[in-house]
Design a protein around this ligand. Structure first.
Ligand code: DGL
Length: 279
């Protein structure tokens, strides 16, 4: 492989959710080559133990590192919450960027009343990664965390609008905002963090349920910014001319990945553009 700056950025998620981060990365750094891996065969990660998610994450990283990458983006909150240390230990020469910290920064910047609701997978909420990340930036912020595991299945299924996703959103979100109102010092969160890369697809359903003034943040744009900052700092940025190439890898059913990927990316992705890999 040639000079570092010409190598691709590697990214992975349990499925197609991380494509929301890929899209933001493309917009921020259109010249960069990217290899994206969706571990669809083993999705969901969000209901699995931290040990299992860490093992899967290191296997995903190995596939990408073996193909030659200059930086690794963990485009999955669940894996970012539990596997960053394992990944950095396994690949000390590769800079690793997760999505939780950028998401926490975005939330703190957005919240005016220092009350933030975080929705994510069961594992991300139970591990408290967002709570820690937000408190390390803004110790006084009140955080209500709530798992919304079904959103992952709905997003992967492409079932993102209509009365079913909206009913699920209502079931998950109303108690969060009501609970806040019923608290001793009632402070309703003015910010909702989408702590799972699958959730941006559910935004229309979510918006129909919550107060329209609530700011919805996800970590895609801030993660892209963090990647840009790190590549600049390391002098690994590709020369800014032309468009970079993106390669897609999946661990199961390339046709399904292409179909769902088209939905997440908002541009057509063909089956022949997706390579099936076995980790
Ligand atoms: N997209 C992943 C995340 O950001 C997890 C989805 C799952 O596999 O449960 O947490």
């Amino acid at each position: 492989m040639g000079k570092k700056e010409n190598m691709p950025i590697g990214m992975f998620d349990s499925g197609v959710g991380g494509l929301t981060v890929l899209k933001a990365l493309h917009e921020r750094m259109p010249c960069e080559d990217i290899i994206y891996l969706g571990d669809t065969a083993r999705l969901p990660y969000g209901t699995k133990s931290p040990q299992t998610v860490s093992r899967y994450a290191v296997q995903c990283a190995a596939e990408l590192v073996n193909r030659g990458i200059k930086l690794l983006v963990v485009a999955c909150n669940t894996a970012s919450a539990v596997a960053l240390d394992a990944l950095r230990n396994a690949y000390p020469d590769i800079p690793v960027i997760g999505v939780v910290e950028p998401g926490a920064h975005a939330a703190c910047k957005a919240s005016r009343n220092h009350a933030v609701a975080v929705i994510a997978t069961e594992s991300t909420i139970a591990g408290g990664a967002y709570q820690r990340a937000i408190h390390s930036i803004s110790p006084d912020t009140r955080i209500i965390g709530h798992p919304c595991s079904l959103f992952v299945a709905l997003a992967e299924e492409g079932w993102t609008d209509g009365h079913v996703p909206e009913a699920v959103a209502r079931q998950y979100l109303e108690p969060i905002f009501n609970l806040a109102t019923g608290a001793k010092t009632p402070v309703i969160p003015d910010t909702l963090v989408l702590g799972c890369t699958h959730f941006p697809l559910l935004v229309p359903a979510i918006k129909n349920v919550i107060d329209p003034a609530t700011v919805i943040v996800d970590s895609a744009a801030t993660t892209a910014e963090a990647v840009h900052g790190e590549l600049t700092r390391l002098n690994f940025k590709r020369a800014e001319n032309g468009y970079g190439k993106t390669r897609y890898l999946t661990t199961d059913d390339a046709a399904r990945f292409a179909r769902m990927g088209t939905r997440f990316l908002g541009t057509a992705l063909a089956e022949h553009e997706v390579e099936l890999v076995d980790l």
